[in-house]
Design a protein around this ligand. Structure first.
Ligand code: PXP
Length: 249
């Protein structure tokens, strides 16, 4: 089957579990290998300033051992920029990062960080690394992303996943509008955060979205059915949603 939407599997929380005991099990590299076998198109991982899950050594091993694209999520700091330029992953996804947050709680304010992001994007692209900016589904952020020269945006799906009833429909409409606007502006559009079996279909049906990045739910579900099965089921739901609808946006 031809896939028109890519699935990036985020393996951070395999490392969260490993780090709970400070040893080497479960190994995120093993998880990445399982993800490849289960149909992932890319591996996504967030090297946080506090190294709460993925470590520098994990990045070294993933770069050496995994043949599919690595998408390195990172804050726009000098330290992370140097690490990305050293490893040259396929792509970086720039995210806002606050030490006290539990996860990436919102999108970047691209306008506010314009100079930093412009410089970072330029340096990455010179090194052959694709750059995506993790943003809320808002026109002002899309316009700012275009202005700083980023070729890709990733829309934060957290508000959509957390909403219920008509609010969820409203959040989906915001995602659909922003995804269509992104593509009309010439940006590649990705989406992710908080997606699960229930919420993934409507987002995967949006034809403007080229890639989904999903992690926490898959790693949680793996406890019950195994990581390979969880990814395969997600892959099937994504492909079904894309092929059975003519979803705009
Ligand atoms: N995309 C981005 C930019 C993220 O920061 C994260 C979380 O690290 C994800 C996708 C995956 O989110 P989740 O783990 O909730 O599926």
């Amino acid at each position: 089957m031809t896939r028109t939407i890519r699935l990036g599997v985020n393996i951070d929380h395999v490392a969260t579990l490993r780090n709970a005991r400070g040893g080497s099990h479960p190994d995120p590299l093993r998880a990445a290998r399982i993800a490849v076998a289960a149909g992932a198109d890319g591996i996504t991982t967030h090297l946080r300033e506090d190294r709460r899950h993925i470590s520098d050594d994990d990045i070294v091993r993933l770069m050496a051992e995994i043949a599919i694209p690595l998408n390195l999520e990172m804050a726009a700091t000098a330290e992370m920029t140097a690490i990305a330029l050293h490893h040259c992953p396929h792509a970086v996804c720039v995210v806002p990062e606050r030490r006290e947050e539990r996860t990436t709680e919102g999108g970047l304010d691209v306008t506010r960080q314009r100079t930093t992001l412009e410089r970072l994007t330029g340096r990455m692209q010179e090194a052959g690394i694709s750059v995506s900016l993790f943003i809320e589904p808002e026109l002002v952020q899309l316009e700012a992303a275009l202005m700083v020269g980023a070729p890709v945006v990733e829309l934060h799906t957290g508000a959509y996943c957390n909403a219920i009833g008509t609010s969820r429909e409203d959040e989906l409409a915001r995602l659909a509008t922003a995804a269509a606007q992104a593509v009309a502006m010439g940006l590649e559009c990705h989406a992710g955060h908080g997606l699960d079996y229930e919420t993934v279909g409507a987002v995967a049906a949006l034809s403007s979205i080229a890639e989904l990045n999903i992690g926490h739910f898959l790693v949680g579900e793996a406890i019950f059915c195994g990581l390979g099965d969880a990814i395969q089921r997600m892959r099937t739901l994504i492909d079904q949603a894309r092929t059975t609808t003519t979803g705009s946006g």
